[in-house]
Design a protein around this ligand. Structure first.
Ligand code: NOJ
Length: 542
């Protein structure tokens, strides 16, 4: 025991670089195309990383770039240790890391441990015969249970050659790995080390709450019948997910990974899609498993003061170092669209961003959030998302939030060559939606987001482990969130609202749009137009 204590004491304290950091999700295929094939790629990313540095984010999370049949846009991995030719090769990945280092940025990669692609050699071997040593790396049953797949239909598919069903919580092309098989865990240690040695600063872990299943794979309790008219998600929600998700033992995997990542000071950020901050918190509270877990509540709420306040409060109660948040992602309708679209939707999204950046969590922007981008209406025949394409009834297609980044006005939008047809349509982007135009306009959405990030960097009170969160009294329409000497206000109502200020002299440090009376300081109250947000700083006593 004494010896172990000494060894532990000798271990360097990890820097926990993510405390105070802001992340940026790069949806690689839609970020920047370097070779004119209509697909974003790693060299395109390397060439555009200066945008992230200029914006003031600290870490880029790159969505999967591994060899894959792309049945689920790369979340179906056929080789965890290589790069899909569409995106480049390992040397191109190294160039991303080198460029990031030169710009002072960190890089996280997406790890997909819940399932492989059905094209992965492990699964190919597993389905070759019941006796194959890889058979036990996946879940096989003679008869399926009642589990639904997230993307529609049953979570089981039949393999005629070996006369058994395999389990897939997502597409049939995404067979779930059996984490009770020790060889699977050994392989993933190797995969983690491979990318850590290449210089990554952390992992975003896909479906982090799903790896362990109840060993008996019992039927799930069903809450209500599934009907034809339901979307895949609605059908999935007809069941109580008590045996397929969030099972005992899943933290042991992350404890093991924690010790793999520790010598590298790397971040383990789980996609713990449980929609319950208290349950997500269990993955991080011990400090020896995940470092941070994504919470998705802010992606699901409408623009309403009551829902905003309640969600922010719930998040703050379970926040701290172990919590990450975002308003948009490659899986959800963009915030500006969700909040009503057009100028109003963009303003509301900016207000929500100001509030989110004031939470004691690790915030993430999704590419295009900084421009106030809205979703693009992608016609089904031009779509790619299997969720949209395969389910005729009430599609939940995610194509609309995955369209290419508009870098500059004109055909191709600076994403790809003007004559090239991108993998998803760019859509009707306006010149003023582009990075180029917004950079040239000091009052643009982009400059306001950049100013917010600069403010957050300057005020450690706003970081995850900064000042305590409090909720000063405000009119019902105004959400007011205070972290020590920084007060963030957003008017989520339809009328102007005068908001009383806590005692002291407050200076307006940031506004979500130009204020006619750009008040330098306010003593007792401040007026907010509908959808307006402000960040105020307490001036030191005179
Ligand atoms: C979550 C990813 O964000 C999503 O895009 C993917 O389809 C599922 N996990 C399955 O891997």
């Amino acid at each position: 025991m004494a010896e172990r204590g000494a060894a532990e004491a000798a271990e360097p304290t990890p820097s926990r670089w993510w405390l105070g950091a802001v992340g940026y999700e790069v949806y690689l295929r839609s970020f920047a195309d370097s070779n004119g094939d209509g697909n974003g790629d790693l060299d395109g990313l390397a060439a555009r990383l200066d945008h992230l540095a200029w914006l003031g984010v600290d870490v880029a999370w790159i969505t999967p770039f591994y060899p894959s049949p792309l049945a689920d846009m790369g979340y179906d991995v056929a080789d965890y240790l290589d790069v899909h030719p569409l995106y480049g090769d390992l040397a191109a990945f190294d160039r991303v890391i080198a460029r990031a280092r030169a710009l002072g940025l960190r890089v996280m990669v997406d790890l997909v441990p819940n399932h492989t692609s059905s094209a992965h050699p492990w699964f190919q071997a597993a389905r070759s015969s019941r006796e194959d040593p890889h058979r036990s790396w996946y879940h096989w049953r003679d008869r399926p249970n009642n589990w639904p797949a997230v993307f529609g239909g049953s979570a089981w598919s039949f393999d005629p050659a070996t006369a058994q069903h395999w389990l897939h919580l997502f597409l049939p092309e995404q067979p779930d790995l059996n984490w009770a098989e020790p060889a699977v865990a050994d392989e993933f240690d190797r995969i983690l080390r491979f990318w850590l040695e290449r210089g990554v600063d952390g992992f975003r872990i896909d479906v982090a709450h799903g790896l362990i299943k109840h060993p008996d794979l019992p039927d799930l309790p069903q809450l209500r019948p599934v009907t034809e008219a339901m979307s895949p998600r609605e059908a999935f929600d007809c069941f109580e997910h008590v045996y397929d998700l969030d099972q005992p033992g899943v933290l042991d995997i992350y404890r093991r990974w924690n010790s793999v990542a520790r010598p590298y000071g790397a971040l383990l950020l789980g996609e713990v899609y449980l929609r319950d901050p208290a349950r997500v918190h269990r993955y991080v509270e011990g400090g020896d498993a995940l470092h941070t877990g994504f919470n998705f509540d802010l992606m699901h709420i409408p623009w309403s003061p009551g829902e905003l306040r309640a969600t922010l409060q719930r998040l703050a109660d379970h926040a701290g170092p172990g919590s990450a948040v975002a308003l948009s992602s490659h899986d959800r309708v963009r915030a500006a669209t969700r909040f009503g679209g057009g100028e109003l939707g963009r303003r509301r999204a900016l207000g929500a961003l100001a509030l989110m950046l004031a939470l004691p969590t690790m915030p993430f922007l999704y590419q295009g959030d900084e421009l106030g981008l809205e979703d693009v209406a992608v016609p089904p025949e031009e779509g790619d998302d299997p969720v949209g394409v395969r389910n005729a009834v009430k599609t939940d297609s995610r194509d609309g939030c995955r369209t290419p980044m508009p870098w500059s006005p004109g055909p191709g939008c600076g994403f790809t060559a003007p004559s090239v047809r991108p993998w998803l349509p760019i859509g009707p982007r306006r010149p003023e939606d582009t990075v180029e135009r917004q950079r040239a306009d000091a009052g643009s959405h982009l400059h306001r987001v950049r100013a917010l990030l600069a403010l957050r960097k300057r005020r450690p009170e706003l970081h995850q482990n900064g000042a305590a969160t409090s909720w000063p009294a405000s009119p019902p329409a105004v959400v007011a969130l205070r972290r020590g000497p920084v007060l963030t206000l957003a008017n989520a109502g339809d009328e102007a609202a005068d908001t009383p200020l806590p005692p002291g002299r407050w200076r307006i440090a940031w506004a979500s749009f130009d204020r006619t009376r750009e008040a330098a300081a306010a003593e007792r109250a401040v007026g907010l137009a509908p959808a307006e947000a402000l960040v105020l700083e307490l001036e030191p006593p005179r």
